[in-house]
Design a protein around this ligand. Structure first.
Ligand code: SF4
Length: 294
């Protein structure tokens, strides 16, 4: 449900359930996207007022936040006033920002503290648009990336990996490496098995270790081309050891789960574990890493 969540490490404004894409692996359910609830107009600025002034990270997410840009713009103005030093992360597919009229209103509010996390699902239009189930979405997201980059905004790319794009992921890293855009980071994201992702699991699920193997070449290519790469939601036992330094502790503490056998694993304290949703579906077969004296 849209609203404000305040945790010790940051605040998250979940502004709307509405989205202009219809991704097959969306962690939101089809029912919630159809319901399309948003923060009521009267509450946008009140929510910003409720965020403690010492918060250093503010995340704005949806659905697609820029579908609510008329309410978002005054909220961003207020965030800039109240939190001049906080990092602002906006999770967006970027498509609305490809429209010049909207981009022109957003751009003056941006500072170097703004980071846009934009998903790219394939190295070519046809597959990306098949995954978003939205014709034209690849071109619009790419156009927004170029516009934001031209304006000096910081851009993170998120590639959510699954059966439909696993064989293309290395090519996505190649494509991004060849663009004339400076990316803050490219994160490969293992699926959170909720909502549409869970409903479509038979056609989407891929073992995390197979996903990592299929992405490995592209990851090294991007690193060699000066792009920072991160791996989200991968338990360490699903990654080749060489990739462990790229693995992030990306799952919030309230959502992390470990299997009983994880307690025997040498890397238990370093591992980011599994989403409770993936854990609950018993899809990931972890392989505890042996201690040296075992
Ligand atoms: S066995 Fe458990 S603790 Fe060890 S790496 Fe895998 S998921 Fe992490």
């Amino acid at each position: 449900m849209p609203g404000l969540m305040i945790e010790s490490d940051g605040a998250t404004l979940f502004v709307t359930e509405k989205c202009n894409s219809n991704c097959i692996m969306c962690p939101m359910s089809l029912a919630s996207r159809k319901r399309g609830l948003s923060i009521p107009q009267s509450e946008w600025l009140d929510f910003v007022d409720q965020i403690p002034l010492d918060i250093m990270h503010i995340t704005i997410t949806g659905g697609e936040p820029f579908l609510e840009y008329r309410n978002l713009l005054p909220a961003l103005e207020k965030i800039n006033e109240r939190f001049p030093d906080a990092e602002i992360l906006i999770l967006t597919n970027g498509r609305a920002l490809s429209i010049q009229r909207i981009f022109d209103q957003v751009a003056p509010l941006l500072t170097e503290r703004y980071l846009f996390a934009i998903p790219i699902h394939a190295s070519y239009e046809e597959l990306h648009d098949r995954i978003t189930q939205t014709p034209g979405s690849f071109r619009q997201s790419m156009k927004a990336i170029r516009k934001l980059s031209g304006y000096g905004a910081r851009i993170e790319i998120r590639i959510v990996g699954h059966q439909k794009n696993a064989s293309d992921i290395s090519r996505i890293f190649h494509m991004l490496s060849g663009m004339d855009v400076r990316f803050e980071v490219v994160n490969l994201v293992a699926m959170e098995m909720m909502g549409c992702a869970a409903s479509n699991r038979n056609s989407l699920w891929i073992d995390y270790d197979i996903l990592a193997q299929s992405a490995e070449k592209g990851i090294y290519y991007a690193l060699m081309h000066g792009i920072d790469v991160g791996l989200y939601n991968f338990p360490l036992c699903m990654l080749p050891e060489k990739l462990w330094p790229l693995a992030k502790l990306s799952i919030t503490l309230s959502k992390v789960r470990f299997y009983e056998q994880c307690r025997d694993c040498r890397e238990y304290n370093a591992c980011g574990g599994l989403f409770y949703s993936t854990f609950g579906l018993n899809l990931c077969h972890v392989k505890p890493i042996r201690r040296e004296n075992d």
